[in-house]
Design a protein around this ligand. Structure first.
Ligand code: ADP
Ligand code: MG
Length: 273
């Protein structure tokens, strides 16, 4: 096997090729520093297709950086991630691993939906226009097809009547449901949520969590950074606790919430429960 481009992490390359088989998201030994601050330090995680993973941890523990790495918004310093068999940031041709060019990274990124705390809808576009923009531009689907999918998705998140509204005319909860529909409009293989309810008034949290629960039931692979413990307990297959760029422990909700082994996990849960 040979390596092309400025790819220098040859020691992990064999792992990279074995990563390509199997689960929807596989993370192997990734690390990331900002200057001298090590934000991710040897993260391993295997998320089967259709699984729901909740990531918990104190502020600054590396949760957002991990999501951004899966989406290639952040380039890792070491290790590998694969999504549905594709190595994030690389393409394998024969025996050679090539670093992807920016335009190919953008194409790949469309396979991974991301929903942020702050909704991030285009303020000058209607709900419909927000939903059809990327499918037309990135996927090259026809306008008619994009509109039909947008209508289906708005029905799914309970907002058919808001199709011609502008984001500022919607509540935070409604905006976040539109943001989820917009992510789904690209038919992603995986959907990442970074604290999707943290910016919402308490009475609007439930309607957004209900939409995510529905996605979980229909077998979409979900990764959700959240402080909503009740939600994680009910919906997640696996709960992951991060601290200081490490995964301190991971397991079923019952195991983590009733029998966390690590003192840091117990301390964190005592604060948020
Ligand atoms: P979390 O989402 O768990 O709160 P983050 O992944 O956002 O944590 O951040 C982890 C650490 O990395 C924090 O100390 C944060 O300040 C730092 N960090 C994140 N992004 C950057 C960046 N682009 N440049 C410098 N430091 C960053
Ligand atoms: Mg964060």
């Amino acid at each position: 096997l040979a390596v092309s481009g400025d790819f220098t992490r040859t020691s992990g390359f064999r792992d990279a090729t074995t990563l390509r088989a199997g689960g929807a998201v596989r993370i192997h030994g990734i690390s990331k520093s900002f200057g001298s601050l090590k934000v991710l330090d040897g993260i391993d995680l295997n998320l089967p297709a259709g699984s729901v993973t909740a990531i918990l941890g104190p502020s600054g523990s590396g949760k957002s950086t991990l999501l951004r790495a899966i989406n290639h918004l952040e380039r890792v310093d070491g290790g590998f991630i694969s999504v549905d068999g594709d190595l994030v940031g690389y393409e394998q041709k024969g025996d050679v691993l090539y670093e992807l060019k920016e335009k190919d990274i953008l194409k790949r990124r469309a396979d991974i939906g991301m929903v942020f705390q702050s909704f991030n809808l285009f303020p000058h576009l209607t709900v419909l226009e927000n939903l059809i923009e990327a499918p037309i531009q990135v996927r090259g689907v026809s306008r008619e097809e994009a509109i039909q999918l947008a209508q289906e998705l708005l029905a799914r998140v309970g907002l058919s009547d808001k199709i011609n509204a502008y984001p500022r005319q919607l509540s935070g909860g409604q905006q976040q449901r539109v943001a989820i529909a917009r992510a789904l409009a690209l038919r992603p293989k995986v959907l990442l949520f970074d604290e999707p309810t943290s910016a919402l008034d308490p009475e609007l949290v439930g309607e957004v969590l209900d939409v995510i629960k529905e996605l979980a039931r229909t077998g979409t692979t979900l990764v959700i950074v959240t402080h909503e413990i009740g939600f994680a307990r009910e919906v997640a297959d696996t709960v992951v606790f991060m601290d200081g760029g490490h995964i301190l422990e991971a397991g079923s909700p019952a195991r983590i919430f009733n029998g966390a082994e690590h003192p840091r996990t117990r301390e964190f849960l005592a604060k948020v429960l």
